[in-house]
Design a protein around this ligand. Structure first.
Ligand SMILES: Nc1nc2c(ncn2[C@@H]2O[C@H](COP(=O)(O)OP(=O)(O)OP(=O)(O)O)[C@@H](O)[C@H]2O)c(=O)[nH]1
Ligand SMILES: [Mg+2]
Length: 517
């Protein structure tokens, strides 16, 4: 069977940030005129936008890989790189964006609704921007961050006022063609319609949209005949019209049993809520307002059959209309009745609109205070401890670091120290030489931890000629323990003061990392 293009996987790769530039200004009598390396441009995003002209996801079926523009690198003479171009992808109204695990990321309803599937990487600062009074000529720049890559599933859930439902070849496509300007494919073999067709119907003052969804068969709600794919398109339609074939050539079928079969499928299908608020307002498919069109009454068999079943259908509470989609008979009464159905459902405020789900980056909250900038977790790797640091800032800083440049690495160490990473490692019992990973297993960077602040080695060395290890036969008293702790603290404070002094004198400067967040 042909491919269904109302569900596609999109592989979106946003643009990379351009690298910052290291450059030194040269003038005639001033060979070292200060840093003038420009910043890299930001990478372009990939954004989905609802566009009324787009009715299918076909183009993503053909071209599933999409890439946005990269930011240009910065250049000398303070020239900043251009930002990469953002890719705006048109999607039909009612497109649901899901991640690979089926979680809904966004529900795009209404012209102009948009969602960024992949964010472009931030451009790196050039050495001009990294300069400060204390670090006059930085010999490094920050790298641009790679653009995000996202594999998302796009699903179309047609948004229309009314859906035409019925068995294959009942004449749904013929009917929408007769009622509106839509020109869907019509043929006398089943499953001719593979993607929903939308038509706009004008009935007097009333204007509404009708969707011709693919044919349903018994078992559709369990996925038979790709029924789930089709029923999905009925979800967003406030009202339904049963199109019943009165001239079916199949002997085991008649309008009454067809109706029952379709109703069973509608009842068995559970509408998927896209947000909590919507879940309460959701009306199951079989409770939505609906009426019946008895089709193919231009044929003698059709008229006969319609006369036989009309009364029984009306007894069940349906409004029934005899039509011929082919001969354009009985269409006006049906059009107006459909208009009333729409009015009725609009009054009941059947939610056709859905609110986009906003995804917020998870932040770890510190008790009663600011969110933590990072988390530290102790893991085991080959029986050795491994300390894993996660956090938006540290992971970003690592990605910005050119590890072939010592100055850049020092700058990173400085940023991490200021964030408190080193203190936390100490506090959680990390030892020099332990493995520290910043980020996840795939893209994280692995370090052997070399603390910039020395541990308590000074405290361990006792008076010349004595060996502390020999003397620790008895457990230290509380007083000794306190002394040890005080010494350790003093030693660490000393090293830190030294480092601060170094920093103040401009070795690593106090470039304010907050401008890079
Ligand atoms: N005589 C007659 N034939 C009709 C009428 N309506 C549709 N047909 C024929 O029935 C066949 C199927 O019509 P479609 O409109 O494609 O049926 P459908 O319900 O859209 O079918 P699927 O897309 O497969 O679900 C075509 O050969 C149509 O010409 C009608 O009112 N009278
Ligand atoms: Mg059809």
């Amino acid at each position: 069977m042909a491919a269904f293009v109302d569900r596609v996987t999109l592989h979106a790769t946003a643009g990379n940030g351009g690298h910052g530039c290291v450059s030194v200004r040269r003038e005639k009598f001033k060979p070292l005129g200060g840093p003038d390396g420009g910043n890299g441009g930001n990478g372009g995003d990939i954004t989905l936008v609802v566009d009324a002209q787009t009715t299918t996801l076909l183009s993503y079926h053909h071209l599933p890989h999409r890439t946005a523009g990269n930011g240009e690198p910065g250049r000398g003479d303070n020239r900043h790189g251009k930002n990469g171009e953002t890719l705006r992808l048109s999607v039909p109204d009612g497109t649901v964006v899901k991640d690979a695990d089926g979680n809904i990321l966004a529900d795009l309803v209404g012209e102009g609704a948009e969602y960024v599937v992949a964010h472009g990487g931030v451009g790196g600062l050039g050495n001009a921007a990294l300069a400060s009074p204390k670090r006059k000529a930085p010999g490094f720049a920050l790298l641009g961050i790679p653009g995000e890559h996202a594999d998302v599933v796009l699903e179309l859930k047609t948004v229309a006022d009314i859906a035409l439902v019925g068995f294959p070849s009942a004449g749904k496509s013929s009917l929408i063609a007769a009622l509106s300007a839509a020109r869907p494919k019509i043929a006398d073999y089943p499953f001719t319609t593979l993607v929903p067709n939308l038509g706009v119907v004008q009935a007097g003052q009333m204007r509404y949209t009708v969707a011709d969804v693919p044919g349903l068969i018994p078992g559709a709600s369990q996925g038979k005949g790709l029924g789930l794919e089709f029923l999905r398109h009925v979800e967003r339609c406030a009202a339904l019209v049963h199109v019943l074939d009165c001239a079916s050539l199949e002997t085991d079928r008649d309008p009454l049993s067809d109706l029952e079969a379709i109703e069973n499928e509608l009842a068995a299908y559970s509408v998927e809520p896209t947000s909590e608020q919507q879940a309460e307002d959701l009306i199951p498919l079989h409770e939505r307002p609906r009426l019946i069109a008895l089709n193919k009454t231009d044929l003698p068999d059709g008229t006969e059959m319609a006369d036989m079943v009309r009364e029984q259908l009306e007894e069940r509470g349906y409004r029934v209309f005899d039509v011929s989609a082919l001969a354009h008979q009985g269409l006006d009464p049906l059009k107006y009745a459909m208009g009333e159905l729409v009015e009725e459902s609009r009054a009941r405020q059947v939610p056709v609109e859905a609110s986009p789900v906003v995804t917020i980056e998870p932040k770890v909250r510190r008790k009663g205070g600011r969110p933590e900038e990072f988390t530290l977790r102790r893991e085991e790797r080959n029986l050795k401890p491994l300390f894993r640091i996660r956090g938006i800032k540290p992971e970003k800083w690592v990605a910005q670091t050119d590890f072939t440049n010592d100055e850049a690495v020092g700058y990173l160490a400085d940023r991490l120290h200021r964030l408190g990473v080193e203190d936390r490692l100490f506090a959680d019992g990390a030892r020099p030489g332990d493995t520290v990973v910043i980020g996840d297993d795939e893209t994280g960077v692995v370090f052997d931890w070399e603390p910039t602040i020395s541990t308590g080695s000074e405290v361990l060395s006792g008076p010349r000629g004595s060996d502390l290890r020999m003397e620790q036969t008895s457990r230290p008293t509380r007083g000794e323990k306190r002394k040890e702790y005080e010494d350790l603290k003093a030693a660490r404070a000393g090293v830190r003061a030294e480092m601060d002094e170094e920093r103040r004198s401009g070795l690593w400067t106090d470039y304010d990392s907050d401008t890079q967040n």
